[in-house]
Ligand binder design. Sequence first.
Ligand SMILES: [Zn+2]
Length: 344
Amino acid sequence: MKERLESLKAEALEQLKNVADAVQLNDLRVKYLGKKGALTEILRGMGSLSAEERPVIGQVGNVVRAAIEEVIERKQQHFQEKETELKLASEKVDVTLPGRPLRQGGVHPLNKVIQEIEDIFIGLGYRIAEGPEVETDYYNFEALNLPKNHPARDMQDSFYITEDILMRTQTSPVQVRTMEAMKGEVPVKVICPGKVYRRDDDDATHSFQFNQIEGLVIGKGIRMSDLKGTLLQFTREMFGSNTQIRLRPSFFPFTEPSAEVDVTCVKCGGSGCRMCKQTGWLEILGCGMVHPRVLEMGGYDPEEYTGFAFGMGVERIAILKYGIDDIRHFYSNDLRFLQQFARY
Ligand SMILES: [Zn+2]
């Protein structure tokens, strides 16, 4: 029996020498040391031994088991280390490789200008009002003192959807909606940014869709000088503290008196250049005192309240501010153009 144990040990150790991986190792463990393994099989025959032989063989059995276990344990450790090494090698990161650049977006130049204008007026105590882009004829024209067949309607070529519904040609309907919502309360102090639509052929300076921002103030004792002071403050924050403005008489159906506002040329500062056609001035917006008819239709007594309104094209402001030569750049989504503004 002792010989059988010794030969089992030799056989097991020999096989363990050539074991290739952890799976094979486990198979051998079961084969030799398992509950139904070879060693257990031999030791089961101890019952037929004499009382003197039993402890001797038992001890030999233990030595054999310990020897096999020791080798298995060593091998196991070896396989584990190898596995860890492989894992580390496969997860190795080359920190010297150059990084992948993150593509970063930017705010569209028109949105930048809109945000900037909004910030200036919010700083002056205005709130922002918005309205639908598909409007009724009433809000877009009639409530703004432009009854049907009024000749001034020809100033704006409109996209009509039905006889009474159109794409708004200006953001002024938001002013009417604001007056209605305020139900005669003062002060009204809003700016209305948004897209407007006109039947224009697209070229370097025209687009069938563009952005406007209008402002409306209504209260007691609001005067033309308040309008002028507001616009001077706005243009100085927008174009620089040396900016001057001038008001030229004009006509709009919804304001009386009305004026066009020019700022000193953003390029030459007023001395005259190609951009301002040597005049030193650039036209940037229209304005006036709210027409009494418009106040009345909005629910305000023109005997008691006065107000002013102004409106500007966002594209025009952006063109002047950034020196852009073609309005179509804003809508073409050309990254070479847009990326120039991503860092501003
Ligand atoms: Zn100039």
